[in-house]
Design a protein around this ligand. Structure first.
Ligand code: SAM
Length: 315
């Protein structure tokens, strides 16, 4: 008898241990897919795709499996941890799902994406209700290999895509920990005005972009009062600072409480095993979520949008 499976979570590559530590009632680990016999009271941070209420479906053959999946919905992505050839043959009989990389800025896909795996030769584990609209939570973008100074722009593209919002032309953004300028490049390309702050300089090409103003200084010396005279609001505050999450938390709390800025996207960088209680403190700030992006490594991303309800939204 298989234990009742109430939810399953796909860990980001290399972060299974972090995910297992967060989950209640783990019954099995299949590669990066962790099964539990409980609905989680708190959604975990270290997940790339969460499968809610997965069901077991007995199958008699490859075509029987494909038929049963197609009867449930159109779009399916396979997570394969064993029986790879059999699983692939089933997936090939399912409707084609576009793998075209997104061109930023892009809307999220309109149709839901289900996930499935082969638990054994004759049993599918299937979830229609998944947190990500992308196969196994992997958002791929049409990359710009020429203009940005590094690849950090990809995680900001992903954060803004998942947030379903981005800075508009003429909005004012602060980007702390901005060097060499991947995030500032994204914001300036969107037509925003960017105050970029770092102790190290920006790449020259980014400094010269219209709307970019660079300040070489300690980001933590920046206070909301500084902009009071010159402008009514800061529309967005971005941080990719390499620093202790505790220090960042105190600093962003000051900004949130001042009411001087509407929207925040900050990476939370952890050392070693990390103290993920800090992640919960960020998640507890109203209108916030803490997520692990496909383009994040050993870091989480805190997103706070003024337009969000206090409850979490789907990625
Ligand atoms: C991961 S890099 C940022 C990459 C950047 N977001 C991009 O897209 O190119 C982190 C940056 O934080 C900066 N940094 C760390 N502590 C800082 C502080 N207290 N004040 C200003 N900059 C700081 C470092 O100099 C470094 O450039």
């Amino acid at each position: 008898m298989k234990a009742k499976i109430k939810s399953a979570y796909l860990a980001p590559e290399g972060y299974q241990d972090q995910l297992v530590k967060e989950l209640e009632g783990v019954t099995a680990c299949h590669g990066r897919l962790i099964l539990t016999d409980q609905q989680q009271i708190k959604p975990p941070f270290w997940t790339q795709n969460s499968w809610q209420n997965p069901i077991l479906i007995p199958i008699q053959s490859i075509s029987d499996a494909a038929k049963k999946l197609k009867a449930l919905q159109r779009n399916w992505s396979l997570y394969s941890f064993q029986l790879h050839r059999r699983a692939q043959l089933i997936q090939e009989q399912l409707p084609h799902v576009s793998a075209k990389p997104l061109s930023f800025p892009a809307s999220l896909p309109g149709s839901p994406m289900g996930s499935w795996t082969l638990l054994d030769r004759d049993t599918l584990l299937v979830a229609s209700d998944c947190s990500s609209l992308f196969p196994n939570g992997e958002i791929q973008f049409a990359e710009d290999k020429k203009n940005p100074p590094n690849r950090a722009y990809l995680k900001l593209w992903e954060a803004l895509t998942v947030a379903r919002d981005y800075p508009r032309a003429g909005q004012f953004c602060i980007d702390v920990g901005a060097s060499p300028g991947g995030w500032t490049w994204v914001l300036a390309k969107l037509g925003a005005e960017v105050c970029a702050i770092d102790r190290s300089p920006l790449d020259d090409r980014v400094t010269q972009m219209p709307g970019v103003h660079f300040q070489k200084r300690d980001a933590f010396s920046l206070s909301p009062d500084e902009f009071k005279e010159s402008r009514e609001k800061t529309d967005w505050l971005f941080s990719d600072l390499v620093c202790y999450p505790e220090k960042l938390y105190d600093w962003v709390r000051m900004w949130v409480e001042s009411g001087a800025c509407d929207n925040f996207i900050c990476t939370l960088k952890f050392q070693g095993d990390g103290d993920y209680r800090m992640a919960q403190k960020f998640a507890d700030i109203s209108h916030s979520r803490v997520i692990h992006l496909f383009h994040n490594k050993h870091e989480l991303t805190w997103v706070r949008l003024k337009s969000w309800e206090p409850s979490p939204v789907q990625s």
